[in-house]
Design a protein around this ligand. Structure first.
Ligand code: GLA
Length: 392
């Protein structure tokens, strides 16, 4: 098999338990939470325009293990990541008596601290708990498979378990509130103006399913920061405004966009063109998969990629080459970049019997070095029993 061997949930847990025992001999963690990464099949740069997305959970994700500690007078939280190749500190302690601000360093800490800060807004001040948490992820970092959302959602799941007996205020989060909380944490603490797709699917994913998500009125606010992603969010908002709508979802057709074309810059027009056509493709794609019409779904994937390349301008030469090489293989239905773009992964729909051929073709012809993953659609965030591993 020439795909990467994936770290299983059991292996992730065993590594974390070992690390825990090394650091805290004679002590046992009591909580274990897991949340998956995702791959988006179609519906890219749609979520923050209140359009449709069509992602699935994948079998790699982030796990957080740990326990509550006794010190309730001066509640403090200890975090440690098992991530290798980090230039920053791998652990830190956080005093949670005061309001929690974004960290100067380590930067990775903001993904967990942001979630904690927003979660604690739902807890009575005298009920805050000290805890320690060890974190490990099997999602390839920077691969566009949503490692950040899986860290946030795993952390939030850990906190839900930790605080399950303390229903202060309206603490008990619904799953939608949980996804929104994690998304807000990324926007405000990690400073990324993302939409809610990644956190949503990390919460709601279901084994053997891709999920068509309609994001009307997700009410996700965008804190615009610098960078290409933020610029594109802004172009989309401008286009909607020029066309007299709250967001691009409400634009009825490309004709409507054409009528407003003169009033917007060419870049704004191109961004809107992608979003409006992608919304149609995403709905058509979900229908095609339901009909088991893989050919049609594949065609829509290629079209989506072309639109992301030409109109949204978030592809790159490497991603384009990967798509073209996949397209040359018999048994491949479709292929496209997935996630935010500017690198990361392509997702390819291919007959099982042609997988090896596809990998071979890409390996032999791609100008860079590609890594291959075969994912099953997997379940969303959950608590994982610790006993099994401890009993081994
Ligand atoms: C990133 C963001 C998502 C979404 C995708 C593009 O993954 O976090 O919210 O906007 O890019 O579809």
């Amino acid at each position: 098999m020439s795909s990467e061997k994936l770290t299983t949930v059991e292996e992730l847990q065993a590594n974390l338990i070992n690390a825990y025992h090394e650091e805290f001999p004679n002590d046992e963690p009591t909580i274990c939470a897991f949340a998956p990464g995702r791959v988006n099949l179609i519906g890219e740069h749609s979520d923050y325009n209140s359009c449709f997305v069509f992602p699935m959970g994948i079998s790699v994700g982030t796990m957080v293990i740990g326990k509550a500690l006794d010190d309730q007078e001066n509640p403090k939280c200890y975090f440690r990541t098992l991530a290798e190749d980090l230039k920053e500190s791998k652990s830190f302690e956080l005093d949670i008596t005061e309001q929690i601000k974004p960290l100067e360093s380590p930067k990775w800490g903001n993904y967990v601290v942001g979630v904690l800060a927003l979660f604690l807004e739902r807890i009575k001040p005298n009920k805050k708990k000290s805890f320690r948490a060890l974190i490990s992820t099997s999602v390839p970092i920077g691969g566009g498979l949503s490692s950040s959302a899986s860290i946030e959602v795993a952390m939030c799941t850990f906190l839900e378990i930790l605080y399950q007996d303390e229903y202060a205020y309206d603490l008990q989060l619904s799953q939608v509130e949980k996804a929104l909380l994690c998304c807000k944490a990324e926007q405000t603490y990690a400073n990324v103006p993302c939409g809610v797709m990644d956190q949503y699917i990390s919460c709601f994913a279901k084994a053997d399913h891709a999920i068509l998500v309609d994001l009307t009125n997700s009410n996700v606010k965008h804190e615009l920061t610098s960078g290409k992603f933020a610029e594109n969010v802004e172009h989309c908002q401008q286009a909607a405004k020029i066309l007299g709508h709250k967001n691009l979802r409400d634009v009825s057709s490309i004709d409507e966009l054409e009528q407003g074309r003169d009033k917007m810059s060419p870049v704004t027009y191109r961004r809107a063109h992608h979003v409006i056509t992608e919304m149609q493709r995403t709905q058509a794609g979900a229908q095609a998969l339901e009909n088991k019409d893989y050919k049609e779904f594949g065609r829509l994937m290629y079209e989506s990629h072309e639109s992301l390349r030409k109109y949204f301008e978030v592809s790159c030469a490497e991603l384009d080459q990967l798509v073209e090489l996949a397209r040359s293989v018999d048994g491949v239905f479709g292929s496209r970049m997935t996630g935010a773009g500017f690198g990361g992964c392509t997702v390819t729909l291919v007959k099982k019997s042609s997988v090896e051929k596809c990998i071979e073709t890409i390996k032999n012809n791609y100008k860079g070095k590609a890594t291959f993953y075969q994912f099953e659609p997997s379940d969303g965030a959950r608590s994982i029993d610790l006993k099994k591993s401890n009993d081994k």
